[in-house]
Design a protein around this ligand. Structure first.
Ligand SMILES: [Zn+2]
Length: 133
């Protein structure tokens, strides 16, 4: 794909805008799953589409394939509470996210996962390590 074409098509093609939107979702958490912190490979609907959930930022969170698949058609808060990796800070983050307060959600996630601090205060001699996992 040609980058220049993509920039041009952005205004015309909803698919490309959709992809950029997805990328922006992953960016909020530095491509880590909002539920378990592993690398996020997919977008999960907090309220499943099958239950009327919308595909907007408030209802869509970065998730790894494992969480996304396991959660399936369950409502996120209900499902997450039963997981071994349940973390109340992440639960609060998901709640904030669904309320549309992404900034608060990101701060709560940084609290749950201190390495995410690089998102706000990058240190020059420190590389981001989520690729290593
Ligand atoms: Zn996960």
């Amino acid at each position: 794909m040609h980058f220049k074409d993509a920039v041009f098509l952005e205004d015309l093609c909803p698919k490309i805008r959709f992809r950029q939107w997805r990328q922006s979702i992953h960016k909020f958490t530095e491509k880590s799953c909002i539920y378990c912190g592993k690398p996020s490979e997919s977008i999960d609907h907090i309220l499943p589409r099958s239950k009327g959930g919308l595909s907007n930022t408030e209802n869509c969170v970065p998730a790894c394939l494992s969480c996304n698949g396991d959660k399936s058609n369950n409502e996120a808060f209900y499902w997450y509470r039963k997981q071994k990796f349940y973390d109340p800070r992440r639960a609060m983050a998901i709640r904030a996210w669904s309320d549309g307060d992404i900034r608060l959600a990101v701060r709560l996630l940084q609290w749950a996962k201190p390495s995410l601090k690089t998102l706000i205060k990058p240190k020059t001699n420190e590389s981001i390590e989520f690729d290593a996992a």
